[in-house]
Design a protein around this ligand. Structure first.
Ligand SMILES: CC(=O)[C@@H](O)[C@H](O)COP(=O)(O)O
Ligand SMILES: NCC(=O)COP(=O)(O)O
Length: 239
């Protein structure tokens, strides 16, 4: 079964447009879990453009499914995650000025750094996942960091899916197979949507979790959060 973790960054984006608490990030997390979400993902960025550090503390007691915190592991992020102790931390090499995450790790170049950071999280009992481009050759280096899982960065898949779904998914299938061979779990995320999710889930072996935010929250503007979560869960029930 592939778990659906809903990324609620965009709820915070709308809230922050006016200050105040509307819409409420915590209420959204509670409702999403009631509606069937099997996890909540947040990506607190250093500029707090959406999710704030306070949000992460406020969410901790309310997330009874799986709490996944994503981010670039600079010291303040590491300390935040160690204080919260979520079920999973996903390490993403995003630049502070990037509009969104735009690349996976080069685990060959950053192996020593990742090994140290991952060892800290592991000592605290937090599962670790690292954001990776679909490149089977990078998987061995990812495994050598000590990570438990990889998260496949699916932006390229989402972009190519409409024109050529088979070609779009192929590098992801190969990367997931290599991860399976090396004993790493496989998550995926970025630009997954109601339109492209089912084909991805059908083709990726042992896909453990998808984290979806931008499209899901956008679709919920038309369909409502409950219908939208249910529609995503149906797309994941592919076997
Ligand atoms: C790690 C990742 O892929 C991202 O999708 C991310 O969590 C989204 O971040 P923004 O909501 O800031 O674009
Ligand atoms: N890890 C990916 C994620 O959490 C959501 O990405 P997106 O659906 O907002 O592109």
């Amino acid at each position: 079964m592939t778990k659906l973790s809903v990324n609620i960054n965009k709820i915070a984006t709308i809230r922050n447009a006016r200050g105040g608490e509307l819409p409420s990030v915590t209420e959204a997390a509670v409702k999403l879990q009631e509606f069937g979400a099997q996890g909540i993902t947040v990506h607190p960025r250093p500029d707090e453009r959406h999710i704030t550090r306070k949000d992460v503390y406020d969410l901790k007691p309310l997330v009874h499914t799986e709490f996944n915190i994503e981010g670039n592991p600079h010291r303040p992020f590491i300390d935040l995650v160690l204080a919260i102790k979520p079920e999973q931390v996903t390490l993403v090499p995003d630049a502070e000025d990037a509009i969104t995450s735009n690349a996976g790790w080069d685990c060959r170049v950053h192996k020593g750094f990742l090994q140290n950071v991952i060892a800290e999280f592991k000592a605290a009992g937090i599962r670790t996942s690292i954001f990776l481009d679909p490149d089977p050759e990078m998987v061995l280096h990812a495994q050598e960091t000590g990570a438990d899982r990889i998260e496949l960065y699916t932006e390229a898949y989402a972009r190519m899916y409409l024109n050529d779904p088979e070609a779009a998914v192929l590098p992801y299938v190969e990367t997931a197979r290599e991860a399976e061979r090396l004993g790493l779990g496989v998550n995926a995320g970025h630009d997954l949507s109601l339109e492209n999710l089912k084909y991805f889930a059908q083709n990726i072996p042992n896909l453990l979790e998808v984290s979806i935010g931008h499209a899901l929250i956008s679709e919920a503007l038309y369909m409502g959060l409950e219908n939208t979560v249910q529609a995503y869960l149906k797309r994941l029930a592919v076997w």
